[in-house]
Design a binder for this molecule. Structure first.
Ligand code: GLV
Ligand code: MN
Ligand code: MN
Length: 412
């Protein structure tokens, strides 16, 4: 069986998908359930149908495109990733795993291979937390990590809840139907850009992920007292933004002093109310992202942030409320899938680096219900979540080839 990746077609599809965006090139932005996301979904479904795949969508919009195997009762071999993109994103995050997954299936079809297990491409809804504040919404529901009741309470910045937004986008049915039955998957493999610099720096073409780091996120609401920026004297102030500034630095210091380079913490959003130059900030909301490869260490950092917040609250006479949005455990990848990926690398004389994924991915949640593994390809300067994100065509094609061979080995 000889498997050939149609690199030019795959690259032109990546370009075509990038043009469906709510921002001007080179920026890509596709926030879940916005017109650009819906247009991109329709475009993807047409590509899947062209490949002869049977497409179904669940009530939260997770999209499954299936190539039937010879044994329809056998568990499915899955691949896929996401096509939603954060504001100011690039072309490759998630998309390489979706279009690479589709091309891997097409390459297997062209080779004459016939799988025993059905092979299914999965396009996850809202891997990015932009709209509802929590990442991997689709895979959390598929794996039962997030309950339908908790999901129904999620709201976007305009106060619209998930049910209203998804129904408005055309996804009906109940969220209870999203969770996959036990034993659905034989295996799940996700292809992704590394989003870090290690492969490029070491000039290694592929990374095989052994573990996915543990993410957590918090919202911190600081409430002080507003007033006139000229008239209220400094000793009388309870400025919420000044308190938030101290919290941000405490978060940075908690990560820096954790004792490991693997601890990272970011305050990516700072919303200031009322947001007028001549008004003392009365309220600030911070969105915080904390990750580590070690769960205990990550949780210690979170406790340090809580303690620091209490002392800043007392010192500055502001109220500080911490809301935990998620605190997930890390995942181990499945040795059998790692073995299948390694075998394909050996066969193609490709070196690979066993590595930890510091970014989270839908595979983290699918690991709760299925054996999973991930394959990384290099990206220029390790850049991701920015418009100059770039992965070279030959790296994308190499990753897709190894993905295709691995899907074949797992679905025999
Ligand atoms: C995924 O986009 C992440 O933030 O790790
Ligand atoms: Mn991302
Ligand atoms: Mn991603």
């Amino acid at each position: 069986m000889s498997i050939a990746i149609d690199r030019d077609r795959l690259i032109s599809e990546i370009e075509a998908l990038a043009s469906i965006s709510e921002a001007d090139p080179p920026v890509v932005a596709r926030i879940v359930f916005t017109p650009s996301d819906l247009k991109a979904r329709a475009w993807m479904k047409a590509r899947c149908a062209e490949a002869g795949l049977t497409v179904r969508e669940d009530p939260v919009g997770n999209t499954f495109a299936r190539w039937n195997g010879s044994d329809l009762s056998a568990p499915v071999v899955g691949t896929g990733s996401h096509i939603d993109a954060i504001p100011n994103a690039g072309k490759y995050d998630g998309v390489v795993g979706v279009l690479g997954g589709l091309e891997a299936i097409r390459a297997l079809q062209r080779s004459g291979f016939r799988p025993k297990h059905s092979i299914e491409l999965l396009i996850f809804t809202a891997e990015e937390p932009t709209r509802f504040g929590i990442g991997c919404l689709g895979s959390r529901l598929l794996s039962g990590t997030l309950s339908p009741d908790a999901a129904r309470k999620l709201t976007d910045k305009d106060g619209a809840n998930l049910d209203e937004v998804r129904r408005g986008a055309g996804f009906g049915g109940e969220l209870e139907q999203v969770k996959l039955p036990a034993g659905y998957y034989e295996a799940f493999v996700e292809l992704h850009i590394e989003q870090g610099p290690l492969l490029e720096r070491q000039q290694i073409p592929l990374g095989i992920v052994t573990n996915i780091a543990a993410p957590a996120s918090l919202r911190i609401l600081v409430e002080g007292s507003g007033g006139h920026a000229g008239a209220v004297l400094m000793p009388d102030r309870r400025d919420a933004l000044c308190a938030a500034a101290e919290i941000i630095l405490a978060i940075e210091s908690a990560a820096l002093t954790s004792g490991a380079i693997d601890t990272v913490a970011t305050v990516g959003i700072c919303e200031v109310f009322p947001g007028a130059v001549n008004s003392i900030p009365s309220r600030v909301r911070l969105s915080v992202d904390i990750r580590d490869t070690d769960l205990q260490r990550r949780d210690r950092v979170m406790r340090t942030i809580e303690t620091a917040s209490r002392s800043i609250s007392a010192k500055r006479q502001v109220s500080i409320n911490l809301e935990l949005l998620n605190a997930d455990a890390p995942a181990d990848c499945a040795p059998a899938i790692i073995e299948a990926l390694s075998e394909s690398c050996h066969k193609n004389t490709l070196t690979f680096l066993p590595m930890v994924s510091r970014a989270y991915h839908d595979s983290l949640f699918i690991s709760r219900i299925s054996p999973v593994a991930m394959l990384f390809i290099p990206c220029r300067n390790g850049y991701s979540h920015r418009p100059d994100e770039y992965a070279a065509p030959e790296d994308i094609a190499r990753g897709t080839l190894v993905l295709a061979e691995t899907l074949a080995a797992l679905s025999k």
